[in-house]
Design a protein around this ligand. Structure first.
Ligand code: PAF
Length: 285
């Protein structure tokens, strides 16, 4: 088990990546905000399987957080993260400071229209612009051939794929399945915020989605009925405060009215106490 190099300077990572490319080596990038869990581990594992070299970025990206969000309290544990990366054979942990990424007079953003203003974009208006900007920078810095994203952040995955397609970026985006706790709660660094009582309530998200999935497996295609089933299940949990329950087409994320006829994303956002949780499934892909 070799220790990954921890590097904060973007130019230094870029220099190593340039050398790797010269040697004909492929590079996998796993962008993260740290506090790594088994969901991240599965992305890193896949990246190590598919590439000669792996770069994991650990950067709590300030420009994707709104003014009243959890930038300052976002959990951090570089030591534990380094151990995860070492056990998966990561070559570089790119761990910049905000000043390394956004120097004086930073003026350039990458923004994807339309699909960033629905679902999570409704309550997090600047979020996806921050994500696409930093992901672009991370791709340019690491010179990656492939980048790995979890299906849990389904909208993020759709937005990043759209950006790569629209801008002819020479990188493959690999989506990886959601990893869950034993009781069905999707793994997330933010689960740490839940109190014991809230943690008990949180599997309601997966329960509600499973019910909808079963209904669809049994042939139900009416989008209202699917939304209603999920909403009713969530409402059984007194600590759950629904932000959205959506059935949207898988590519343009437009609400499905009437019958589901093509691939869809069934996505929800729910507050349990003050913690905002998201979960989803894809159907018909
Ligand atoms: O999914 C995340 O953790 C972040 O949005 C990402 C992709 C690392 C960009 O900061």
């Amino acid at each position: 088990m070799s220790e990954p190099q921890i590097i904060s300077n973007p130019a230094e990572v870029q220099k190593i990546a340039r050398q790797w490319k010269k040697e004909g080596l492929s590079i996998g990038l796993v962008p993260t905000m740290g506090y790594l869990h088994d969901g991240h581990r599965s992305l890193i594992h896949k990246a190590a399987e598919q590439n000669d070299r792996v770069v994991v970025s650990i950067f709590v990206n300030p420009i994707q957080f709104g003014p009243n969000e959890d930038l300052d309290s976002y959990p951090r544990d570089l030591e534990a993260d380094t151990a995860v990366c070492a056990s998966e054979g990561v070559d570089i942990i790119f761990h910049p400071e905000p000043k390394d990424m956004y120097g004086e007079h930073f003026l350039t953003h990458v923004a994807v229209d339309d699909i960033t203003t629905v679902l999570c974009g409704k309550t997090r208006p600047i979020h996806f612009r921050g994500v696409t900007t930093v992901v672009n920078k991370l791709m340019n810095i690491s010179k990656a051939d492939r980048a790995y994203f979890g299906q849990k952040d389904a909208q993020q995955l759709v937005v990043v794929k759209r950006m790569v397609k629209d801008l002819n970026m020479d990188i493959e985006i690999v989506g990886c399945p959601i990893v869950r706790e034993e009781d069905g709660l999707a793994k997330s660094s933010r689960n740490k915020y839940l109190s014991a009582e809230e943690r008990k309530a949180a599997p309601v998200l997966n329960r509600a989605l499973t019910k909808a999935h079963d209904l669809m497996d049994a042939g139900e295609r009416n989008a209202d009925k699917i939304r209603q089933t999920i909403t009713e299940e969530l409402q059984k949990e007194p600590l759950a405060d629904i932000e959205y329950v959506s059935v949207v087409d898988a590519e343009l994320l437009k609400d499905v009215e009437g019958e589901v006829t093509g691939p869809v994303l069934v996505a929800i956002a729910v507050r349990i106490g003050t913690t905002r949780l998201i979960d989803n499934f894809s159907f018909g892909e």
